[in-house]
Design a protein around this ligand. Structure first.
Ligand code: ATR
Length: 286
């Protein structure tokens, strides 16, 4: 049977990322490389959108016929009220980083958490079932990761946060999704001896504060998995010290790549060309 392609369908695929600031985003380089590797005619643009323009910008996605948009800081929560459909995971997490435009109907997804878990599994810890996972931080990034983590049936998740109440609130909010507890950052040492995987979701240790660690590493058990969401620098002080203790280390680069990979797959239906995307990001970091 002959497939008739309309002129409309031959237009290049329009993609982009909205945020404020946006100039340093590595998403345009990564997705441009992905489009090229898949032979898809399209463009991925950095779009500088301020808070007061967010509503108009989202209408613009429909008006201009963008197929997909990534949403970054500070719009991930606010953007939700302008969308038509919110995916269940994004609704639980309370943040959207990917919008898909299906003929004028906008659906919001969160690919950050699943992207992180896929990266963690592929790069370090293939089986999370039954594991004890200690998460430092209880903000937006932690929510995404913990939600995706709970789908892997970990034995226990402990959230340690500077503001302990925030950790406890998050633990009670998701108590029906798994065995999950919240505590203060200072009590983290009590849980370290039985921890299999330690994940830092805070920005402590990020450039330019590269000598800082989110916790005192004196009691870090040897040989566990230590993961940091930060990817600038690729090796934070936390990861550097963990490696000296014989730990398997994992940085945030894979999370960035796989959140993009899931977004790309939502928009194009093509398997994301992971290695081309990774190479483009690494190249743009030089
Ligand atoms: P994100 O979306 O990146 O997670 P966020 O929602 O502002 O950003 O959350 C930041 C997280 O890092 C919080 O858990 C925060 O702890 P508080 O809830 O006590 O604010 C944590 N955090 C940030 N700076 C920190 C620091 N210097 N020491 C310890 N925790 C810190």
């Amino acid at each position: 049977e002959k497939v008739v392609q309309t002129k409309e369908e031959r237009l290049p695929l329009l993609l982009g990322v909205i945020g404020d600031p946006i100039i340093h985003s590595k998403s345009p380089a990564m997705h441009t490389a992905a489009l090229k590797a898949c032979g898809i005619a399209g463009t991925y643009l950095p779009l500088h959108v301020k808070g007061e323009a967010l509503s108009d910008a989202v209408q613009g996605i429909k008006a201009l016929g963008f197929r997909g948009i990534n949403v970054t800081v500070p719009h991930k929560v606010e953007v939700m009220k302008y969308l038509d459909i919110i995916d269940e995971g994004a609704l639980h997490i309370g943040a959207v980083n990917t919008i898909v435009n299906n003929g004028g109907v906008l659906t919001g997804y969160n690919t950050d958490g699943v992207g992180y878990i896929r990266s963690l599994k592929e790069e370090t810890a293939p089986d999370l079932e039954g594991k004890t996972v200690l998460v430092i931080g209880a903000g937006g990034a932690a929510r995404g990761i913990i939600y995706a983590l709970l789908k892997e049936k970990p034995g226990q998740v402990i959230i340690a946060n500077r503001t302990a109440d925030k950790a406890r609130e998050l633990a009670s909010e998701w108590a029906d999704l798994g065995r999950i507890n919240g505590c203060e950052l200072e009590s983290l040492g009590d849980f370290l001896p039985k921890t299999d995987i330690l994940i830092n979701t805070t920005s402590v240790g990020m450039y330019p504060q590269v000598t800082k660690t989110p916790i005192d590493l004196g009691f870090l058990p040897e040989g566990i998995v230590v993961s940091d969401l930060i990817y600038n620098p690729l090796r934070t002080e936390l990861l550097r010290q963990a490696e000296l203790k014989g730990c398997t280390i994992h940085n945030g680069l894979g999370m960035f790549i796989y959140q993009g990979a899931y977004a790309f797959e939502h928009w194009t239906g093509c398997p994301a060309p992971i290695e081309a995307m990774r190479a483009a990001v690494l190249d743009s970091m030089r």
